[in-house]
Design a protein around this ligand. Sequence first.
Ligand SMILES: [Zn+2]
Length: 285
Amino acid sequence: MTKIQANNNKAVVNLLWTGGWDSTFRMLQLSTKDVIVQPHYLIDGKRRSQNYELEAIRSITEDIRNLVSNKCTIRDLILVNISEISEDVDITLAYKNVAKNHKLGIQYEWLARYSKMVKNLEIGDENGSAPDSILLGAIRANGAIKKMTDDIKGEYYIVDKSVSSGDIIKVFGNYHYPIVFYNKLLMKKEAEEMGLMDLMNKTWFCHTPIDGQPCGICVACAGTIKKGLEYRLSKAARRRYKRKKLIEPLMKTYIIRSAGKLKRLIKTTKLQLPLKWNSYGTQST
Ligand SMILES: [Zn+2]
C-alpha cells in the first residue's frame, strides 16, 4: 500500500486532462473519491481542437461540481505552454532511443519532461489496440509495469523500475497509469453504470472539426469509430469516413503505380542519356 501526496489532510491527484474520452473517464472515476483533483492541460500550439477541448473541460468541470454524487474537489485547471517546460537532454535522448523502435508521438517527449516536474502525474493512456497499446508495447519491450494499490485512489500502475531500462524509466517512469488496461467500451460501460454518460458525451476528440462538429476523416475520428464509439459522429461525418476508407486503397495503388512509372522513367532516361549524347556526335571525334 502506498499513500499519495496529502494536502490539508486530503490527497491531491494530479491529472493530465485533455477533455477527451480517456482522461475525462478518469476524472469521473476520481469524482467518486474524497480527493482534491488538480487537472493539467498542456498547450502545444498546433492543435486546432484546443478550444473545443478546453470548452469540454470547462463544461464537464461545472457538471461534476454540480453532481449530487460528487465527492472530489476540482481545482482550477493549470494551463502550461510546452515551451515553458524545462529542457532535459537526457529525457530527449531517451525518447529518441525508444522512438526508434516504437511509433511514439512527439508528445511523449515533452510529456516526459513535464512528468518530471509534477510528481505522480496521472496519464489517461488506455489499451485500446491489440495486443498492447504503443505505450504498453514500448514499456514491455524493455521493462514492465506493476500494479499499485492506494487506500484512497484505488488501483493504478507504474513502471517497474527494478526491471526497466534507463530509457524507459526516463520516458515513462514518472507517471501513474490508472486506466492502462481499459478500452473505450469498458469505460463506456462503467460510465453508464455511474449514470454519467451525459458527461462522457461532452468529451472532444476530433483534430480538424468541420462546422464545429467532428470531421470523420482525421486520425482521432477514425480511432473513435474503430474503437466502437461510432455513435459519437454525425451521419455526415460517418459518410466522410466511409468515403475516405473507399478512396484510400485506390490512392495508395495510384501512388505506388505513379512511383513505379517514375522509377522506370528515371531508369530509361539514364540509359538513354549516353545514347543521345553519342547521337549528337559531340564525344566521338
Ligand atoms: Zn476528426
